[in-house]
Design a protein around this ligand. Structure first.
Ligand SMILES: N[C@@H](CC=O)C(=O)O
Length: 319
């Protein structure tokens, strides 16, 4: 977990230290007829911040960012930032996924002006931009937000993008505000280790529901960014893996693995499963996911209920 000294470092201006440990991606509840449930999202933010994590990310794939209008996205971001902008012990990582460099830079700047502590950048992937234009995109956004730190999201399964340690190091050399890479390649460990051992060293968090979390930690990951419905469980796995009780952390992760390795076979499937988990936990009323979405079948619903029964000690009812 983040130490008191690290929080002091953030007070001195480096919010990236707060992204260490578990940094959940916030989900967006909808009503049964598909409208955004803003009160439900407010409860999601309060619940996640109440677990003691020191950062949250919004909006990611787990937030169904690709199904939100500009206006919905703005209102949801404001609900989050209204709970983080006056706090120096938690960081809001606001994501930018625009495909046009000009729009990405503008969104990043406006997010910082609104109170974002870090920007998460998902590089453009529509119509397979060249390596050079992709690099230019990342550099432009880094320059725009400087000195605010960036997390660069590398999600090849969802985007088909190809990034490598040489390119990331070259960018980080010129832009010290590139502080973290979110590595979601399969497996993430080798790139995490390569980034940590290079010059300049680049810290990495892993994602992809934490399927490879123990290996990523062994190879130097400083954090993980899963979805948010199981936050207490990830916090406990992280605590055990990083505080000298590694075997107990591996054991707890091993119990979670059959669930997350199945759901993470595709992104819409885990979004649907996490929504149902949050409903079952009493966080909001509807497990609706905007179409196109994955519909959980009867066995997948039973899996959600088995998980909640198996981890009932760590995942209390929240209502
Ligand atoms: N990478 C995902 C979360 C990981 O499981 C996201 O961006 O939502």
């Amino acid at each position: 977990m983040v130490t008191t000294e690290e929080i002091e470092t953030e007070r001195a201006g480096d919010a990236s230290v707060l992204v260490r440990g578990v940094s959940p991606v916030l989900e967006v509840p909808f009503t049964g007829d598909g409208e955004v449930d803003y009160d439900g999202f407010d409860r999601v933010v309060r619940y996640v911040l109440g677990t003691g994590v020191t950062s949250v990310m919004f909006p990611g794939f787990a937030s169904e960012f690709h199904k939100l209008s500009e206006d919905e996205r703005r209102r949801l971001t404001e609900i989050l930032l209204s709970q983080t902008r006056d706090r120096d012990d938690v960081a809001a990582v606001i994501a930018v996924q625009d495909h046009a460099t000009q729009l990405a830079a503008r969104r990043a700047r406006e997010s910082v002006e609104a109170g974002a502590d870090l920007i998460n950048l998902l590089p453009p992937h529509f119509l397979s931009p060249s390596r050079g234009s992709l690099e230019q995109h990342v550099r432009t956004v880094l320059t725009t937000i400087d000195p605010v730190p960036m997390v660069l999201q590398y999600a090849p399964a969802e985007t088909g993008t190809s990034l490598d340690a040489d390119l990331l190091r070259a960018i980080a050399t010129d832009h010290p505000n590139l502080r973290l890479v979110k590595v979601e390649s399969s497996p993430p460990g080798p790139l995490i280790a390569e980034l940590a051992e290079g010059t300049p060293p680049l810290a990495a968090v892993e994602g992809y529901a934490g399927v490879q979390l123990p290996d990523a930690v062994r190879r130097g990951a400083v954090g993980t960014q899963p979805g948010c419905s199981l936050t207490e469980l990830y916090v406990e796995i992280w605590r055990r893996l990083t505080t000298g009780d590694g075997e107990a952390g591996v054991d707890l992760h091993r119990r979670l693995l059959p669930y997350i390795s199945y759901w993470m076979l595709d992104t819409e499937r885990i979004i649907a499963a996490e929504k149902l988990i949050s409903v079952r936990r009493g966080l909001f009323a509807s497990a609706y996911c905007r179409e196109p979405a994955h519909r959980l079948d009867a066995e997948e619903i039973r899996m959600v209920d088995r998980l909640l029964s198996e981890f009932a000690d760590l995942l209390p009812h929240l209502a």
